[in-house]
Design a protein around this ligand. Structure first.
Ligand SMILES: [Zn+2]
Length: 301
């Protein structure tokens, strides 16, 4: 596998060579040959799923669940349409009541991924607090995948608010991520994910029709939606004409909102008519594991 070859090269020659050998199809992992700098190595345009552009292929991702009411409703709709998604869950929400929902996600072919343990911005946390939450969330997610015999073994992670690498901190989250991954897996196994198409479904004034229109506008062009911050600190939706659509990408949604769940049947019907394919995160070049299987060094707590 390319990654093992890379590690061999790293150990025997130079990290510089390793950097070059991993820079294309493994770039959503923290780079093994790089020490990330707070305030400098940040942003996420560089982590777009460029391989999906113009392909009429999208990945559905849902954050912030599981929710006892809305998530099962969403799973019902996805099942009817025979479509799978990636769920970036908050592991603090996993308990005896919600565990059957997680189990169901896995048995119905969805990815269960980490959206951290809590939803506090990591940029506001001291290093030890970020590290502890990351260890807790990643190890919980990986143990569940092992325990439920998930066929998907990839360890995906999404920063709450997409926030990382702020200059207000004296550490960089991606350096910690590499260290945590090495402790848990003995490998650089945590594959972080941003998004290409933001549905802005978190805005209460977005209707199910607006959410659908936003996805379609980002694929085909037309009128979509963005958000603006008002002087009183609240947020409003604003119309946005998209003349140069991406034509495909990773779609950000939230399974904790009824309006989002209500948009999915409308959206999937239209996407089918317009021959848009829903693909898995691991089928996308930028998110591929290239055959690498990540196993916890200590699977039991
Ligand atoms: Zn979130």
């Amino acid at each position: 596998m390319k990654k093992i070859f890379c590690l061999y090269v790293c150990l025997n020659f130079s990290t510089l060579y390793c950097y070059a050998s991993t820079s294309s199809d493994e770039k959503q992992f923290p780079n093994p040959g790089q020490i990330y700098l707070p305030g400098k190595d940040t942003g996420f345009a560089q982590y777009a799923a460029k391989s999906l552009r113009g392909t009429k292929k999208i990945v559905l991702t849902f954050d912030d669940g599981p929710d006892l009411v809305t998530t099962p409703l969403l799973l019902n709709i996805l099942k009817l349409h025979k479509v799978t998604a990636t769920f970036f869950v908050l592991t603090e929400k996993i308990n005896d009541q919600t565990y059957p929902i997680i189990k169901r996600m896995i048995s119905e072919g969805h990815n269960v991924a980490s959206h951290h343990h809590d939803h506090v911005s990591n940029d506001s946390k001291p290093e030890a607090v970020f590290r502890a939450g990351l260890v807790q969330s990643i190890s919980t997610t990986a143990r569940i995948l092992e325990f439920e015999n998930s066929s998907a073994r990839e360890i995906y992670y999404r920063f709450p608010y997409g926030a990382y690498g702020s200059k207000t901190r004296n550490y960089h989250h991606l350096n910690v991520m590499k260290s945590v991954s090495n402790d848990l897996f003995g490998e650089n196994c945590i594959n972080f994910a941003f998004w290409d198409i933001d549905t802005v479904d978190w805005l209460p004034e977005m209707s199910p029709q607006d959410i659908k229109a936003n996805v379609l506008a980002n694929i085909f062009g037309g009128t979509g939606f963005d958000f603006k911050r008002n002087s009183n600190g609240s947020y409003s939706k604003v119309k946005k004409v998209i003349n140069k659509p991406l034509g495909g990408g990773v779609v950000l949604m939230h399974d904790v909102h009824k309006r989002t769940v209500d948009s999915i049947d409308l959206l999937l019907n239209e996407l089918k008519q317009r021959q848009v394919e829903i693909v898995s995160l691991q089928s996308v070049d930028e998110y591929s594991y290239n055959g690498l299987e990540c196993r916890l060094i200590s699977p039991n707590p």
